[in-house]
Structures are given as C-alpha cells and as structure tokens.
Ligand binder design. Structure first.
Ligand SMILES: NC(=O)c1ccc[n+]([C@@H]2O[C@H](COP(=O)([O-])OP(=O)(O)OC[C@H]3O[C@@H](n4cnc5c(N)ncnc54)[C@H](OP(=O)(O)O)[C@@H]3O)[C@@H](O)[C@H]2O)c1
Length: 250
C-alpha cells in the first residue's frame, strides 16, 4: 500500500480544548487526522470512530515514537503537526513542590521536545517537507505573578522552536508557535470558575476578555498552511496585547 503523505495532520492533546478546536478546522480543510491522548476513552468520547486515534503519553521518548510507529503501520506520514499538550501549574516559586514543577516541565516542555523530535525524524526518513506549530504562553514573554514554572517550561519551548526552525529550514520543515493569553479551555477551568474570577482575569488584558480556542486554532491552522510558507522560527502572540502593550489608563 502507498504511504499517504499529502494533507495528513497530527494533533497531540487532541481531547483537550485547543486540540478539539484544531481537529474541527483541519478536518474541514481536508486533512486526514491522527489524534492522540493518554486516555483512549476520552478520545473515543470526543471523536467516536473518526480519525486515527492513538493512546500515548508523548512526554516520554517512547511515547512520542509510538505515535509514528502506529501512523507508519497505517501508511500515514503526517506532514503537519500541532502540539496541544500542556497544563497550567501556578504558584509562587518558593511554594512550588518539586513534583508539580516536574509535572509542568513534562507536560509543557518534554512533550514538545520529544514529539517534535519524532515528527522531524519521521519527515527526514520519508524525505518530506512539513510544518509544526507548538503552543507557548504569554507568561513566557512577560513576567506574570505565580507563573514561574509555566514561564520556565514555555520559555524552554520557545527556544526549542527557534533552534529547530534553524536546523530544519533548509529541509523545508517549518517550526513556529503561538503564545496565547488565558483561553477558555479545561486547562483554565479553575481560573475561570466564577463570574468574579472570570471578570478579574478578563480585565488584565489591554483588549479585555478571555481568549477562545477557536481563534487560537485558526491562527495555528494558518501557520501550518502554504500561505505561511515563509514563516518559520516565530512565536506569535494572541493575547489581547498582554505581553506587548500598555493601554491608556482611564
Ligand atoms: N488554556 C489556557 O489558558 C492556555 C493559555 C496559554 C497556553 N495554553 C496552552 O495551550 C495548550 C492546549 O491546552 P488547552 O488549553 O487546550 O488545555 P486542555 O484542554 O487541558 O488540553 C491539554 C491536553 O494536554 C494533555 N496533557 C496534560 N498533561 C499532560 C502530560 N503530562 N503528558 C501528556 N499529555 C498531557 C491532556 O491530554 P490527555 O489528558 O487527553 O492526555 C489535555 O487534554 C497547552 O500547551 C497549554 O499549556 C493554554
């Protein structure tokens, strides 16, 4: 059987809020999808019998490689990759438990490193070009109270994006990231659990409000597309101006 390499997209963390939004957009754009989660039941609840569903923990080397072993067994070579794995661990530096910091690094940085490595390695073997979009955070770009762990993890991810973009540019592999502010997904549920906390969070942003997964996913889908063929090594903010501007004080 011929390997399918045109319009095949891998979405990790696909049962999450952003992952689901991307699946909707990329499927509508004609991509064949490979979706991953650590939980087979959750994937099945979200996608039913649609897409190639792979259960794996991509924060380990073996877990990341497993994705491509299964994809290859189905004769699929993903040339587009969106990495939607991550968590939000907040707390002041001196109070953060070692286990929480380690979990933050595993979910946000190790998963990105290992899965991107497996994705580009698979493309090199197949001698194909491709495009990856990872997810950073506004907290990696501007000091934000109690965000030390997530800032450290996402700051590492941003360095990974630039380094990998440089290494693989000549092979036609583009690597970019988006850096959202707060978006309304399960990861942020505890921060948006009441009208009061939601309103306080929304008022932090120069363009007041909470982001939504669909807007972030549309930017990521564009970064994957041929219209972004000359975009690589970029971290694009989508945060209501949080990391880059100060509004007029009224
Ligand atoms: N929501 C926000 O406010 C916000 C803001 C800035 C950046 N982000 C980033 O946006 C991305 C998508 O998150 P989301 O908002 O869509 O949250 P979400 O709904 O919680 O989805 C994140 C997914 O990551 C997976 N995951 C979590 N910890 C993991 C671990 N240790 N190892 C492997 N997989 C793990 C989970 O998948 P399974 O449990 O199904 O395996 C989960 O479904 C993340 O990188 C997050 O850091 C979110």
């Amino acid at each position: 059987m011929e390997k399918v390499s045109g319009k095949v997209a891998l979405i990790t963390g696909a049962a999450g809020g952003l992952g689901q939004a991307l699946a909707t957009i990329l499927a509508a754009e004609g991509y064949q999808l490979i979706v991953t989660s650590r939980d087979a039941t959750r994937l099945n609840d979200v996608y039913g019998s649609k897409h190639l569903q792979i259960t794996t923990d991509c924060s380990t080397v073996d877990g990341a490689k497993h994705i491509f072993e299964v994809a290859n067994a189905h004769n699929l070579v993903p040339t587009a990759f969106t990495h939607c794995v991550g968590n939000i661990r907040l707390g002041a530096l001196h109070r953060m438990a070692e286990a929480d910091f380690t979990a933050c690094l595993a979910a946000n940085l190790f998963s990105a490193f290992h899965t991107l490595a497996a994705f580009v390695g698979n493309l090199k073997t197949a001698k194909l070009a491709g495009s990856a979009v990872l997810v950073s955070s506004a907290a990696a770009q501007i000091g934000t109270p109690n965000h030390e762990a997530i800032a450290a993890a996402k700051g590492g991810l941003e360095g990974l994006v630039r380094g990998a973009a440089a290494t693989y540019a000549s092979g036609g592999i583009r690597v970019n990231a988006v850096a959202p502010g707060l978006i309304d997904t399960p990861a942020a549920a505890s921060l948006l659990s009441s009208d009061l906390t939601r309103d306080m969070a929304a008022r932090q942003y120069p363009i007041a409000g909470i982001g939504n997964a669909s807007d972030v996913a549309h930017l990521m889908a564009w970064m994957l597309s041929d219209q972004a063929a000359r975009v690589t090594g970029q971290i694009w903010s989508i945060d209501g101006g949080f990391a880059s501007i100060r509004p007029i004080v009224k």
